[in-house]
Design a protein around this ligand. Sequence first.
Ligand SMILES: Cc1ncc(COP(=O)(O)O)c(C=O)c1O
Length: 411
Amino acid sequence: MTLDPLLFGEIDPPQRLLMGPGPVNAHPRVLRAMSADLLGQFDPEMTGYMNQVMALYRPIFGTANRWTMLIDGTARAAIEAALVSLVAPGETVLVVNFGRFGLLLTEILGRIGARIESVEAPWGETVPLDAIAAAIERTAPKVVATIHGDTSTTMAQPLDGLGDLCHAAGALLYVDATATLGGMDIAADRWGADIVTGGLQKCLGGPSGSAPMTISDAAAEHIFTRRHTEAGIRATGTVDGKGPRIGSNYFDLAMIMDYWSEKRLNHHTEATSMLYASRECARVALGEGLEARYARHAAAGRAVTAGLRAMGLTVFGDDRFRMTNVTGVYIPDGVDGERVRAAMRDHFEIEIGTAFGPLAGRIWRIGAMGYNAMKHKVLITLGALEACLRAEGFVLPAGAAVTAALEAWEA
Ligand SMILES: Cc1ncc(COP(=O)(O)O)c(C=O)c1O
Protein backbone atom coordinates (compact mmCIF):
# COMPACT_ATOMS: atom_id res chain seq x y z
CA MET A 1 0.00 0.00 0.00
CA THR A 2 1.37 3.46 -0.82
CA LEU A 3 0.94 6.26 1.66
CA ASP A 4 -0.42 9.56 0.34
CA PRO A 5 2.40 12.04 1.18
CA LEU A 6 -0.20 14.72 1.94
CA LEU A 7 -2.21 12.47 4.23
CA PHE A 8 -1.01 13.88 7.52
CA GLY A 9 -0.63 17.48 6.43
CA GLU A 10 2.02 19.96 7.44
CA ILE A 11 2.83 20.32 11.16
CA ASP A 12 0.54 23.10 12.36
CA PRO A 13 -0.07 22.66 16.10
CA PRO A 14 -2.66 24.67 18.03
CA GLN A 15 -1.32 27.76 19.82
CA ARG A 16 -1.35 26.34 23.33
CA LEU A 17 -0.11 28.29 26.31
CA LEU A 18 1.90 25.75 28.29
CA MET A 19 1.47 26.63 31.98
CA GLY A 20 2.29 23.23 33.44
CA PRO A 21 5.52 21.93 35.02
CA GLY A 22 7.30 21.93 31.63
CA PRO A 23 7.71 21.84 28.74
CA VAL A 24 6.79 25.48 28.24
CA ASN A 25 6.56 27.53 25.06
CA ALA A 26 9.99 28.18 23.61
CA HIS A 27 11.23 31.72 23.13
CA PRO A 28 10.79 32.70 19.44
CA ARG A 29 14.50 33.56 19.21
CA VAL A 30 15.30 29.99 20.19
CA LEU A 31 12.97 28.58 17.54
CA ARG A 32 14.54 30.86 14.95
CA ALA A 33 18.05 29.77 15.93
CA MET A 34 17.02 26.16 15.44
CA SER A 35 16.12 26.76 11.83
CA ALA A 36 19.67 27.92 10.96
CA ASP A 37 21.66 25.87 8.46
CA LEU A 38 23.55 22.80 9.64
CA LEU A 39 27.32 22.48 9.93
CA GLY A 40 29.72 19.57 9.97
CA GLN A 41 30.69 18.68 13.50
CA PHE A 42 34.39 19.55 13.10
CA ASP A 43 33.78 22.72 11.09
CA PRO A 44 35.67 25.50 12.91
CA GLU A 45 32.44 27.49 13.01
CA MET A 46 30.72 24.60 14.78
CA THR A 47 33.52 23.93 17.28
CA GLY A 48 33.57 27.69 17.88
CA TYR A 49 29.87 27.51 18.76
CA MET A 50 30.61 24.60 21.09
CA ASN A 51 33.23 26.69 22.91
CA GLN A 52 30.79 29.60 23.12
CA VAL A 53 28.17 27.29 24.66
CA MET A 54 30.71 26.30 27.32
CA ALA A 55 31.36 29.95 28.12
CA LEU A 56 27.66 30.91 28.08
CA TYR A 57 26.58 28.21 30.52
CA ARG A 58 29.24 28.90 33.18
CA PRO A 59 27.44 31.94 34.63
CA ILE A 60 24.09 30.17 34.31
CA PHE A 61 25.41 27.32 36.48
CA GLY A 62 27.24 29.76 38.78
CA THR A 63 30.58 28.14 38.11
CA ALA A 64 34.06 28.57 36.75
CA ASN A 65 34.21 24.86 35.82
CA ARG A 66 36.09 24.18 32.61
CA TRP A 67 33.83 21.20 31.86
CA THR A 68 30.54 22.95 31.18
CA MET A 69 28.88 21.52 28.11
CA LEU A 70 25.82 19.77 26.66
CA ILE A 71 24.56 16.22 26.69
CA ASP A 72 22.47 15.38 23.64
CA GLY A 73 19.17 14.14 24.98
CA THR A 74 16.53 15.30 27.42
CA ALA A 75 17.39 16.25 31.00
CA ARG A 76 17.24 12.61 32.03
CA ALA A 77 20.12 11.90 29.65
CA ALA A 78 22.38 14.24 31.61
CA ILE A 79 21.26 12.68 34.90
CA GLU A 80 22.08 9.24 33.59
CA ALA A 81 25.42 10.39 32.14
CA ALA A 82 26.40 11.96 35.47
CA LEU A 83 25.47 8.95 37.56
CA VAL A 84 26.81 6.21 35.28
CA SER A 85 30.11 8.09 34.92
CA LEU A 86 30.52 8.90 38.62
CA VAL A 87 29.32 5.65 40.15
CA ALA A 88 30.68 2.15 39.60
CA PRO A 89 28.66 -0.98 40.46
CA GLY A 90 28.77 -1.74 44.17
CA GLU A 91 29.64 1.82 45.24
CA THR A 92 27.48 3.52 47.84
CA VAL A 93 25.37 6.51 46.87
CA LEU A 94 23.23 8.54 49.25
CA VAL A 95 20.07 9.83 47.55
CA VAL A 96 18.33 12.87 49.03
CA ASN A 97 14.78 11.93 48.19
CA PHE A 98 11.77 14.22 48.52
CA GLY A 99 9.73 13.43 45.40
CA ARG A 100 9.41 11.63 42.10
CA PHE A 101 12.75 12.77 40.78
CA GLY A 102 14.62 11.55 43.86
CA LEU A 103 13.00 8.22 43.07
CA LEU A 104 14.26 8.58 39.48
CA LEU A 105 17.82 8.92 40.79
CA THR A 106 17.25 5.74 42.80
CA GLU A 107 15.89 3.96 39.74
CA ILE A 108 18.89 4.91 37.58
CA LEU A 109 21.37 4.02 40.34
CA GLY A 110 19.65 0.66 40.76
CA ARG A 111 20.31 -0.12 37.10
CA ILE A 112 23.95 0.91 37.57
CA GLY A 113 24.24 -1.59 40.42
CA ALA A 114 25.04 1.00 43.08
CA ARG A 115 24.45 0.36 46.79
CA ILE A 116 21.69 2.85 47.42
CA GLU A 117 21.06 4.60 50.72
CA SER A 118 18.53 7.36 51.09
CA VAL A 119 17.52 10.18 53.36
CA GLU A 120 13.95 11.25 52.80
CA ALA A 121 11.30 13.87 53.40
CA PRO A 122 7.57 13.48 52.81
CA TRP A 123 6.33 14.94 49.49
CA GLY A 124 5.77 18.66 50.06
CA GLU A 125 8.79 19.07 52.33
CA THR A 126 12.58 19.14 51.92
CA VAL A 127 15.34 17.31 53.79
CA PRO A 128 17.05 19.31 56.60
CA LEU A 129 20.81 19.69 56.19
CA ASP A 130 21.52 18.06 59.56
CA ALA A 131 19.54 14.97 58.49
CA ILE A 132 21.70 14.76 55.35
CA ALA A 133 24.84 15.22 57.49
CA ALA A 134 23.78 12.37 59.77
CA ALA A 135 23.00 10.15 56.78
CA ILE A 136 26.42 10.87 55.25
CA GLU A 137 28.07 9.89 58.50
CA ARG A 138 25.97 6.71 58.76
CA THR A 139 26.42 5.54 55.16
CA ALA A 140 29.87 6.85 54.08
CA PRO A 141 28.79 7.35 50.45
CA LYS A 142 31.07 7.86 47.43
CA VAL A 143 28.44 10.19 45.93
CA VAL A 144 25.52 12.18 47.35
CA ALA A 145 22.79 12.75 44.76
CA THR A 146 19.95 15.22 45.07
CA ILE A 147 17.37 17.19 43.16
CA HIS A 148 17.31 20.99 43.45
CA GLY A 149 13.70 21.73 42.45
CA ASP A 150 11.52 18.63 42.29
CA THR A 151 8.62 19.50 39.99
CA SER A 152 6.58 16.58 41.30
CA THR A 153 6.23 18.29 44.68
CA THR A 154 7.19 21.87 43.68
CA MET A 155 9.74 22.01 46.52
CA ALA A 156 13.32 23.35 46.22
CA GLN A 157 15.95 21.70 48.40
CA PRO A 158 18.31 24.23 50.08
CA LEU A 159 21.85 23.32 49.00
CA ASP A 160 24.18 25.86 50.61
CA GLY A 161 26.73 24.02 52.72
CA LEU A 162 25.99 20.58 51.26
CA GLY A 163 29.15 20.42 49.12
CA ASP A 164 31.37 21.08 52.14
CA LEU A 165 29.64 18.29 54.06
CA CYS A 166 30.12 15.88 51.18
CA HIS A 167 33.75 16.78 50.54
CA ALA A 168 34.65 16.55 54.23
CA ALA A 169 33.37 12.98 54.09
CA GLY A 170 35.20 12.20 50.83
CA ALA A 171 32.03 12.17 48.71
CA LEU A 172 31.17 13.97 45.48
CA LEU A 173 27.89 15.88 45.15
CA TYR A 174 25.51 15.51 42.19
CA VAL A 175 22.57 17.95 41.74
CA ASP A 176 19.70 17.71 39.25
CA ALA A 177 18.69 21.31 38.52
CA THR A 178 16.59 20.50 35.45
CA ALA A 179 13.59 22.43 36.65
CA THR A 180 15.32 25.48 38.12
CA LEU A 181 18.26 26.23 35.80
CA GLY A 182 17.83 29.75 34.46
CA GLY A 183 14.93 30.50 36.83
CA MET A 184 16.26 30.20 40.36
CA ASP A 185 19.74 30.96 41.70
CA ILE A 186 21.94 28.06 40.60
CA ALA A 187 25.29 28.24 42.34
CA ALA A 188 27.32 25.13 41.52
CA ASP A 189 30.52 26.58 42.99
CA ARG A 190 28.92 28.10 46.09
CA TRP A 191 27.03 24.86 46.78
CA GLY A 192 30.23 22.89 46.19
CA ALA A 193 28.39 20.69 43.71
CA ASP A 194 30.57 18.41 41.55
CA ILE A 195 28.07 17.85 38.77
CA VAL A 196 24.95 19.88 38.11
CA THR A 197 22.66 19.06 35.20
CA GLY A 198 19.73 20.82 33.57
CA GLY A 199 17.35 20.88 30.65
CA LEU A 200 16.10 23.56 28.29
CA GLN A 201 12.35 23.05 28.48
CA LYS A 202 11.68 24.72 31.81
CA CYS A 203 13.11 28.06 32.97
CA LEU A 204 15.47 28.33 29.99
CA GLY A 205 12.52 28.54 27.61
CA GLY A 206 13.68 26.11 24.94
CA PRO A 207 12.53 22.74 23.63
CA SER A 208 13.54 19.54 25.40
CA GLY A 209 16.35 17.56 23.81
CA SER A 210 19.57 19.14 25.03
CA ALA A 211 20.84 18.97 28.59
CA PRO A 212 23.43 21.46 29.86
CA MET A 213 25.81 20.12 32.51
CA THR A 214 28.77 21.31 34.53
CA ILE A 215 31.49 19.11 36.06
CA SER A 216 34.02 20.13 38.74
CA ASP A 217 37.72 19.40 38.21
CA ALA A 218 37.58 16.86 41.04
CA ALA A 219 34.69 14.99 39.41
CA ALA A 220 36.37 15.16 35.99
CA GLU A 221 39.57 13.74 37.45
CA HIS A 222 37.60 10.89 39.00
CA ILE A 223 35.76 10.21 35.73
CA PHE A 224 39.01 10.20 33.74
CA THR A 225 40.29 7.38 35.97
CA ARG A 226 37.51 5.37 34.30
CA ARG A 227 38.38 6.46 30.74
CA HIS A 228 38.46 3.57 28.26
CA THR A 229 38.53 5.14 24.83
CA GLU A 230 36.46 3.42 22.13
CA ALA A 231 38.49 1.09 19.88
CA GLY A 232 37.82 2.80 16.54
CA ILE A 233 39.08 6.24 17.64
CA ARG A 234 42.06 5.36 19.86
CA ALA A 235 45.42 6.77 18.93
CA THR A 236 48.31 4.31 19.17
CA GLY A 237 49.75 4.42 22.65
CA THR A 238 46.48 5.47 24.32
CA VAL A 239 46.55 4.44 27.96
CA ASP A 240 43.25 3.60 29.65
CA GLY A 241 42.33 4.70 33.14
CA LYS A 242 42.77 2.19 35.95
CA GLY A 243 39.17 2.51 37.19
CA PRO A 244 36.26 0.36 36.08
CA ARG A 245 35.00 1.13 32.55
CA ILE A 246 31.90 3.36 32.49
CA GLY A 247 28.87 1.14 31.90
CA SER A 248 27.44 3.14 28.98
CA ASN A 249 29.01 4.25 25.73
CA TYR A 250 26.56 7.03 24.84
CA PHE A 251 26.68 8.51 28.35
CA ASP A 252 30.43 8.06 28.92
CA LEU A 253 31.44 11.49 30.22
CA ALA A 254 35.14 10.71 29.82
CA MET A 255 34.66 10.33 26.07
CA ILE A 256 32.19 13.22 25.90
CA MET A 257 34.70 15.52 27.64
CA ASP A 258 37.33 14.39 25.12
CA TYR A 259 34.90 15.38 22.37
CA TRP A 260 34.29 18.83 23.90
CA SER A 261 38.02 19.40 24.54
CA GLU A 262 40.61 20.60 22.03
CA LYS A 263 41.24 16.91 21.29
CA ARG A 264 37.81 16.82 19.56
CA LEU A 265 37.90 13.06 19.81
CA ASN A 266 34.84 11.91 17.90
CA HIS A 267 32.03 10.46 19.99
CA HIS A 268 28.38 11.08 18.97
CA THR A 269 27.45 13.55 16.22
CA GLU A 270 26.64 16.72 18.14
CA ALA A 271 22.94 17.61 17.68
CA THR A 272 23.55 20.82 15.78
CA SER A 273 20.06 22.36 15.90
CA MET A 274 19.77 21.61 19.62
CA LEU A 275 23.16 23.20 20.19
CA TYR A 276 21.87 26.32 18.42
CA ALA A 277 18.82 26.19 20.69
CA SER A 278 20.92 25.83 23.86
CA ARG A 279 23.18 28.65 22.79
CA GLU A 280 20.25 30.97 22.14
CA CYS A 281 18.51 30.02 25.42
CA ALA A 282 21.67 31.05 27.25
CA ARG A 283 22.02 34.27 25.26
CA VAL A 284 18.41 35.19 26.03
CA ALA A 285 18.93 34.46 29.74
CA LEU A 286 22.20 36.38 30.04
CA GLY A 287 20.82 39.22 27.92
CA GLU A 288 17.98 39.64 30.40
CA GLY A 289 20.43 39.37 33.32
CA LEU A 290 20.28 36.43 35.72
CA GLU A 291 19.21 38.48 38.75
CA ALA A 292 16.39 40.08 36.75
CA ARG A 293 15.38 36.69 35.45
CA TYR A 294 15.26 35.15 38.92
CA ALA A 295 13.21 38.15 40.11
CA ARG A 296 10.77 37.68 37.20
CA HIS A 297 10.28 34.01 38.09
CA ALA A 298 9.83 34.93 41.76
CA ALA A 299 7.19 37.53 40.82
CA ALA A 300 5.37 34.96 38.70
CA GLY A 301 5.45 32.41 41.52
CA ARG A 302 4.14 34.98 44.03
CA ALA A 303 1.37 35.98 41.64
CA VAL A 304 0.26 32.39 40.95
CA THR A 305 0.23 31.54 44.65
CA ALA A 306 -1.64 34.71 45.63
CA GLY A 307 -4.17 34.22 42.83
CA LEU A 308 -4.88 30.62 43.79
CA ARG A 309 -5.30 31.55 47.45
CA ALA A 310 -7.62 34.42 46.55
CA MET A 311 -9.86 31.88 44.78
CA GLY A 312 -10.15 30.00 48.06
CA LEU A 313 -7.86 27.16 46.96
CA THR A 314 -5.18 25.51 49.11
CA VAL A 315 -1.63 25.68 47.83
CA PHE A 316 0.38 22.46 48.26
CA GLY A 317 3.61 22.12 50.25
CA ASP A 318 5.83 24.08 52.59
CA ASP A 319 5.85 27.81 51.77
CA ARG A 320 9.43 28.19 52.97
CA PHE A 321 10.83 25.88 50.28
CA ARG A 322 8.53 26.61 47.35
CA MET A 323 10.04 26.61 43.84
CA THR A 324 9.31 29.97 42.27
CA ASN A 325 8.39 28.55 38.90
CA VAL A 326 5.91 25.73 39.61
CA THR A 327 3.09 25.81 42.13
CA GLY A 328 1.03 22.86 43.31
CA VAL A 329 -2.58 23.41 44.32
CA TYR A 330 -5.14 21.01 45.75
CA ILE A 331 -8.06 20.15 43.49
CA PRO A 332 -11.07 21.19 45.59
CA ASP A 333 -13.55 18.55 46.78
CA GLY A 334 -16.32 17.90 44.30
CA VAL A 335 -14.28 19.21 41.35
CA ASP A 336 -13.18 16.82 38.61
CA GLY A 337 -9.52 17.73 38.08
CA GLU A 338 -9.21 16.18 34.64
CA ARG A 339 -12.43 17.85 33.42
CA VAL A 340 -11.04 21.22 34.50
CA ARG A 341 -7.77 20.56 32.68
CA ALA A 342 -9.70 19.56 29.57
CA ALA A 343 -11.85 22.71 29.77
CA MET A 344 -8.73 24.88 30.19
CA ARG A 345 -7.36 23.31 27.05
CA ASP A 346 -10.55 23.25 24.99
CA HIS A 347 -11.85 26.74 25.80
CA PHE A 348 -8.68 28.68 26.55
CA GLU A 349 -5.85 26.75 24.81
CA ILE A 350 -4.07 26.58 28.18
CA GLU A 351 -2.32 23.53 29.57
CA ILE A 352 -1.90 23.10 33.32
CA GLY A 353 -0.25 20.05 34.85
CA THR A 354 -1.54 16.95 36.49
CA ALA A 355 0.49 15.16 39.21
CA PHE A 356 2.25 11.85 39.88
CA GLY A 357 2.27 9.06 42.46
CA PRO A 358 0.71 9.96 45.81
CA LEU A 359 -0.37 13.35 44.45
CA ALA A 360 -2.09 12.03 41.30
CA GLY A 361 -5.67 13.30 41.19
CA ARG A 362 -5.05 15.45 44.29
CA ILE A 363 -3.18 18.49 42.96
CA TRP A 364 -2.70 20.46 39.77
CA ARG A 365 0.68 21.96 39.01
CA ILE A 366 0.79 25.41 37.47
CA GLY A 367 4.06 26.57 35.98
CA ALA A 368 5.17 30.06 34.98
CA MET A 369 8.67 29.77 33.66
CA GLY A 370 11.05 30.87 30.96
CA TYR A 371 9.16 32.64 28.19
CA ASN A 372 5.90 32.03 30.07
CA ALA A 373 6.87 33.67 33.37
CA MET A 374 5.08 36.81 32.25
CA LYS A 375 2.46 38.85 33.99
CA HIS A 376 -0.19 38.60 31.25
CA LYS A 377 0.23 34.83 30.90
CA VAL A 378 -0.20 34.33 34.66
CA LEU A 379 -3.28 36.57 34.74
CA ILE A 380 -4.88 34.88 31.72
CA THR A 381 -4.29 31.46 33.28
CA LEU A 382 -5.83 32.46 36.61
CA GLY A 383 -8.82 34.06 34.88
CA ALA A 384 -9.37 30.92 32.81
CA LEU A 385 -9.06 28.67 35.86
CA GLU A 386 -11.65 30.77 37.66
CA ALA A 387 -14.09 30.32 34.76
CA CYS A 388 -13.48 26.57 34.61
CA LEU A 389 -13.92 26.18 38.37
CA ARG A 390 -17.21 28.09 38.25
CA ALA A 391 -18.40 25.77 35.49
CA GLU A 392 -17.73 22.91 37.92
CA GLY A 393 -20.01 24.59 40.47
CA PHE A 394 -17.15 25.76 42.71
CA VAL A 395 -18.11 29.00 44.44
CA LEU A 396 -15.43 31.69 44.50
CA PRO A 397 -15.12 35.48 44.71
CA ALA A 398 -15.34 36.85 41.16
CA GLY A 399 -12.18 38.50 39.87
CA ALA A 400 -10.31 38.07 43.16
CA ALA A 401 -7.58 35.87 41.71
CA VAL A 402 -6.51 38.29 39.00
CA THR A 403 -6.60 41.25 41.40
CA ALA A 404 -4.51 39.42 44.00
CA ALA A 405 -2.06 38.19 41.37
CA LEU A 406 -1.57 41.69 39.99
CA GLU A 407 -0.82 43.03 43.47
CA ALA A 408 1.54 40.16 44.26
CA TRP A 409 3.41 40.63 40.99
CA GLU A 410 4.24 44.21 41.89
CA ALA A 411 5.08 43.41 45.56
C1 LIG B 1 13.50 17.79 38.41
C2 LIG B 1 13.41 17.06 37.12
N1 LIG B 1 14.38 16.20 36.80
C3 LIG B 1 14.36 15.51 35.64
C4 LIG B 1 13.34 15.66 34.74
C5 LIG B 1 13.36 14.83 33.48
O1 LIG B 1 13.53 15.64 32.38
P1 LIG B 1 13.36 15.10 30.89
O2 LIG B 1 11.91 14.78 30.74
O3 LIG B 1 13.78 16.28 30.06
O4 LIG B 1 14.24 13.94 30.69
C6 LIG B 1 12.30 16.56 35.02
C7 LIG B 1 11.19 16.72 34.09
O5 LIG B 1 10.11 17.11 34.44
C8 LIG B 1 12.35 17.27 36.24
O6 LIG B 1 11.39 18.14 36.56
